[in-house]
Write a protein that binds this ligand. Structure first.
Ligand SMILES: [Mg+2]
Length: 235
């Protein structure tokens, strides 16, 4: 399991798919956006159904790899061009995006998330490190976190080692004193290990096994949820 718990001074945590499932949240946010557009910009929904709107959002992501770290910019651009394509006014963009973003904060936490955050936060400062546009204040989780850094504000996202280094710096810790916790092998685990941090891979797919070898001899803790991690860390 390769954790040096004696050294630990802080934890960084991924948010989407680590503390809550992201796709049900996005699906609800897209439905809320569609319902709003139906009322305020009906030509958009006459021309584009939910699948077409999602396809456009994915097309924007392919066309703007330079915005990969800024999901809000991608979403806004997709809404903007749907409005224009349907002959509605771009002036509706801010209002439409705020409907999407508000619903995007209505997440359903995994059952283990809150009790685990309570246990972990009682022992170490927690710091959120996300490539997404979750808002801890609106979600109500801010009390558990010392701070947060999003790819969108920093300018590059995980797995770039610079964003991990910036998080460690803000925590006042050396990288190997910080454990990064996340669900994504490439973005979270390899990103953190490449930045010299410790890593915990939360695998909610039921495949969680401790002590697996990852890649060329790279090892990290793996487990099925955050309570298993709290148990492992002895808090
Ligand atoms: Mg994630």
């Amino acid at each position: 399991m390769n954790l040096d718990t004696g050294k630990l001074r802080a934890l960084t945590l991924d948010l989407d798919d680590t503390l809550w499932p992201i796709w049900p949240t996005i699906a609800r946010a897209e439905s809320a956006l569609q319902a709003w557009l139906q009322r305020h910009a009906p030509r958009v929904t006459e021309r584009f159904d939910l699948a077409a709107m999602r396809a456009d959002r994915e097309a924007v992501a392919r066309e703007r790899p330079d915005w990969a770290h800024d999901l809000s910019a991608l979403r806004r651009e997709s809404i903007r061009r749907l409005l224009v394509a349907a002959g509605e006014t771009e002036a509706l963009l801010d209002a439409a995006f705020s409907v999407f973003l508000a619903e995007r904060q209505c997440v359903d936490l995994y059952a283990d998330s809150l009790p685990a955050l309570q246990r972990l936060a009682a022992r170490w400062p927690l710091f959120a490190l996300s490539n997404g546009n979750a808002d801890l204040v609106r979600i109500g989780l801010q009390p558990w976190f010392r701070g947060s850094l999003a790819a969108r504000e920093f300018g590059v996202g995980k797995p770039d080692p610079r964003i991990f280094a910036a998080a460690c710096e803000r925590l006042g810790c050396a990288p190997n004193e910080v454990l990064h916790v996340g669900d994504d092998l490439r973005l979270d685990v390899h990103g953190a290990l490449d930045a010299g941090m410790q890593a915990a891979w939360v695998r909610r797919d039921g495949e969680g096994r401790e002590d697996d070898v990852i890649g060329a001899g790279v090892r990290c803790w793996q487990g099925p949820d955050l309570l298993a991690l709290a148990d492992r860390l002895g808090v």
